[in-house]
Write a protein that binds this ligand. Structure first.
Ligand code: ZN
Ligand code: ZN
Length: 530
């Protein structure tokens, strides 16, 4: 009853009773909450007139007020004028700096707190870790998380909920597992948010089995938990399971939202469930009053496109009322590349050049379509456009975590200590494959070079290097090798990794830009459809 509280204060002062600092700081917090900057400022004046501005609780409340409703410089100047600061006061100004969008200033302030010997609290660490996450500084967040524990603090619910998504984003499976066991030991599991975060972390780190196990343990599952497990299965290419989970969710009476449909449709798209996807897509608006967005169109266009139903995909796209259509047209363009449809490829590319003229991928795709169709003149024109725009092809990069360290590989990477062993290993694999009658898939190498050079160019793809490195450094007890890549895996690498998985009798999981591939016994979970 905020307004009543403010009125009560008026009456109190008019009646001649002097409020104490506790009441003042409470009322200022009310103003922050209700965004009442003018009333808050009046209270600030009252505080100055009655010489209460040295009270640490009042000062902290004012800093918070200016940080939330006005500018950081006003908050900072209140902070600077205070003679003493306690930990809560420092935490408030620290959080204010991060909120204001000044990550560097926040980091510097935290350093200052340590130098001045301020007694840090769990909240201080949570603010600094959360600040790093907010600005995408995932590695720093992990670093502060470690330092927090070295300094003798015990991560709490907030810390864990902040750091788990980081583990997922950086695919730090070992770290994620350690946090999970910490959560169990500290009995922090009882929250749905925690269990859902753990489930998502495992899925993103490439461990679908654990993701599913954590999900199964959740007693009362909400929409977010269901969405998480549906998306987890979709990411890992198990559309059938995603679909089954979707139906199970509907049976429990939970209504799906737009995210649920993105999950189910992308699962269908990875598993080639065309008719089911079309009927689910059509049911969105009819049965659930959810208007399909660009994401949903992309999934369906991608699915139809890769199944070779390009015309249908194109017509669907023309119906798409959503404005953000780049991913959907991009899906059509790459389908045109696979199915060598120059006509539609040109149309899709033209649309994409308008929507996102700075994305080099579109030029590269059209270039490849034209080269494959031997339209050299047109291709040269596209290459010229690409050069004139000054946009370069994004380099492929793959990475793998071995013993708490991340190893990155670019195409033809030679800086790794084990470069020679890696190339010997891959040559050996290639020889065994040749003996077994596999031919290198040189279609992805479009330069005008001879066969030997094409094969050589394929040999040093980043995902092959990372997988080879993983195999060379895997221990006897390790049953799975996990590699991550920023772009789509290429046909040839896909074949080679299938072969390697068969030879070493271990599972190899590769996550590319669109999904996870699980390679086992010479087969991939994607069933060659990607
Ligand atoms: Zn490759
Ligand atoms: Zn695959």
């Amino acid at each position: 009853m905020h307004m009543q509280a403010l009125n009560g204060f008026r009456e109190m002062v008019l009646g001649g009773t002097m409020p104490n600092p506790v009441i003042i700081s409470l009322l200022i917090s009310v103003c922050s909450e209700l965004n009442l900057l003018r009333v808050g400022k009046e209270l600030h004046c009252f505080v100055i007139r009655h010489k209460m501005d040295d009270n640490i609780h009042v000062g902290t409340a004012i800093i918070n007020l200016y940080s939330r409703c006005s500018t950081i410089s006003e908050a900072q100047s209140v902070f600077d004028r205070m003679r003493t600061h306690d930990a809560i006061c420092w935490n408030t100004i620290l959080a204010a700096n991060f909120k204001d969008g000044n990550c560097d200033r926040g980091l510097a302030l935290f350093d200052q707190m340590r130098k001045e010997g301020i007694r840090l609290t769990n909240a201080s660490w949570n603010i600094i870790i959360g600040g790093c996450v907010q600005y995408g500084q995932n590695e720093s967040a992990v670093d502060f998380f470690r330092r927090m524990q070295v300094a003798g603090f015990r991560p709490d619910q907030i810390t864990i909920l902040t750091i788990l998504p980081v583990c997922g984003n950086l695919e730090l499976l070992c770290g994620g597992r350690a946090i999970h066991s910490y959560v169990l030991r500290s009995r922090l599991t009882n929250s749905l948010a925690m269990e859902t975060a753990l489930s998502l972390m495992y899925a993103k780190c490439g461990d679908l089995e654990m993701s599913q196990r954590v999900f199964d343990m959740i007693l009362s599952k909400d929409l977010v938990a269901w969405n998480t497990i549906i998306i987890a299965n979709s990411m890992h290419g198990d559309g059938v399971k995603a679909l089954a989970l979707f139906r199970e969710m509907l049976e429990t009476g939970i209504r799906p939202n737009s995210v649920t449909f993105t999950g189910v449709l992308s699962g269908c798209s990875h598993s080639r469930l065309i008719e089911v996807a079309v009927s689910i897509f059509n049911s969105m608006e009819k049965d659930y009053c959810i208007e399909p967005q660009s994401d949903h169109y992309s999934c369906l266009v991608d699915l139809l496109g890769r199944a070779g139903r390009l015309q249908e995909a194109y017509e669907l796209l023309l119906k798409n009322p959503a404005k953000e259509t780049a991913p959907a047209w991009g899906a059509l363009l790459s389908a045109c590349r696979v199915h060598k449809n120059v006509e539609l490829g040109r149309l899709a590319a033209a649309r994409l050049f308008e929507i996102e003229p700075d994305n080099p991928g579109n030029y590269v795709s059209l270039f490849n379509i034209l080269v494959a169709a031997k339209r050299w003149d047109e291709a040269a024109e596209i290459r010229k456009m690409l050069r004139d725009q000054g946009v370069g092809k994004r380099p492929g990069i793959s990475w793998i975590h071995v013993k708490n360290k991340t190893y990155k590989f670019l195409v033809g990477e030679k800086s790794n200590e084990q470069t020679e062993e890696i190339s010997r290993f891959l040559q050996d694999v290639r020889k065994k494959m040749n003996d077994a009658g596999y031919l290198p898939e040189t279609e992805n190498v479009l330069q005008d070079v001879d066969q030997a050079e094409k094969e050589a160019a394929l040999c040093n793809h980043s995902e092959k290097l990372a997988v080879a490195f993983g195999v060379l450094n895997s221990t006897g007890g390790q049953s799975t090798i996990r590699v991550f890549k920023n772009l789509r895996i290429c046909r040839d690498c896909h074949n080679v990794i299938k072969f390697i998985a068969k030879v070493i009798q271990k599972q190899i999981i590769v996550r590319d830009s669109t999904r996870f591939h699980h390679f086992r016994d010479g087969l991939c979970s994607c069933g060659e459809f990607w």
